[in-house]
Design a protein around this ligand. Sequence first.
Ligand code: GTP
Ligand code: MG
Length: 443
Amino acid sequence: MLDKLREGFQNAVNRLVGSATVDEKEIKEFVRDIQRTLLSGDVDVATVKSLSEKIEKRALEEKPPPGLPRKDHIVKILYEEFVKILGEGGKLDLPTNRPNVILVVGIQGSGKTTTIGKLGRLLAKRGYRVGVIAGDTFRPGAITQLKTICSDINVPVFSIDNEKNSVKVVKAGAHYFREQNANVIIVDTAGRHKEEKGLLDEMKQISDAVSPDFTFLVLDGTIGKAAFGQAAAFHRAVPVGGIIMTKLDGAAKGGGALAATAATGARIFFIGTGERVDDLETFNPTRFVGRLLGMGDLQSLLERARDLENAADEKQIKRMMSGKLTMNDFLAQIEQVKKFGSLKKILEAVPGFSQANVSTENIEEIEGKMQYWRAMIQAMTPPEREDPELLNSQRIKRIARGTGVPERDVKDLLTRYRQAKSVMKASKGRQFRTMMKQMNRQQ
Ligand SMILES: Nc1nc2c(ncn2[C@@H]2O[C@H](COP(=O)(O)OP(=O)(O)OP(=O)(O)O)[C@@H](O)[C@H]2O)c(=O)[nH]1
Ligand SMILES: [Mg+2]
């Protein structure tokens, strides 16, 4: 899959890793390699430009965490920017208590009918009552093809022989399946037409007639950058809710995926990886990019990067284990909590903590206060931050006034600080370490 892109990226990465030093010149060359690969993989020029600019800027400006070779850091940046442009994979959430109409559009041969079979099977397996409407009245043989596919997966098809008006068929079909109590109604449509405009008009009429809950655009993964124009044209006629990319098993260049998401802003939900009815995968951008860059190596590189990013924290842990916890360390811990989202999540993640008697109100109260802790710590002098025991009542008063909080809040902060210090000392930093690990796994 995606052999050409993968080869290009791997060559670029190998050259970077093989070079003795990494300076500005190397980085620029690496970015040029990536550009060339993307363009030869049929990614559209605008996407290539913005992507490579971002990669270059970050590669030149960002400092890798201590211990991580700069080259590895650059590969990590490459990976992160790819994942960013592809976006999250879409999730198909269909309510079961009413019929959901799914319209499937795309040009001829893109794989609509085949994909409907795959999708029908997937949804039937999830327990939906699925019905399919044969809305392709243009191509002779279309109904027979759809019926063959759907009989294999035991999904009923609605069709009207010799009826050329697709809007009529689709309306009647939707009515029929509603009566049958189906909760997913999938509409197959034509891809062939005398001209593109006629096709897009027909899609618009069908869409207006049945008001689909969801419209999938099926794109052939082998068409490369033409995907941009195609996706944009369909998107103008019928608002595209999600994309399904087919034929990513063969000689596909894969660049179409980047182009199509850029053109519509729609997410990719599934990818087709073969002609059989089971060859449909939920799209996962991380896995997709991983494949593109050669997953094995990448996975371990990302893990190493993460470990090293935490190594800085390890130093802090060592200091805390020896019983020294400065206010700066304490502040760093608070920042970690912010990064993770909420204190509640952390407490849930750490086995030891989750059993402790911390009520929800208590957590919310602490979270509320934490917002002010930062300001209070910043109002302390450097010696006070090093050794908070210096804080006598006069100094506490000064900090309270400086941050606009009652003195009791400053005292409360001191109490929390002392608690954290004793927990760290007692568990020799173990608890903190477990927490960090958990947090990283969930990030
Ligand atoms: N290798 C591979 N072939 C696929 C995939 N999806 C579809 N195909 C093949 O692509 C061809 C066209 O598929 P169809 O489902 O008929 O395409 P369509 O969009 O319905 O075409 P029209 O009805 O003519 O508009 C068929 O030979 C399929 O077997 C895929 O994910 N991988
Ligand atoms: Mg078809």
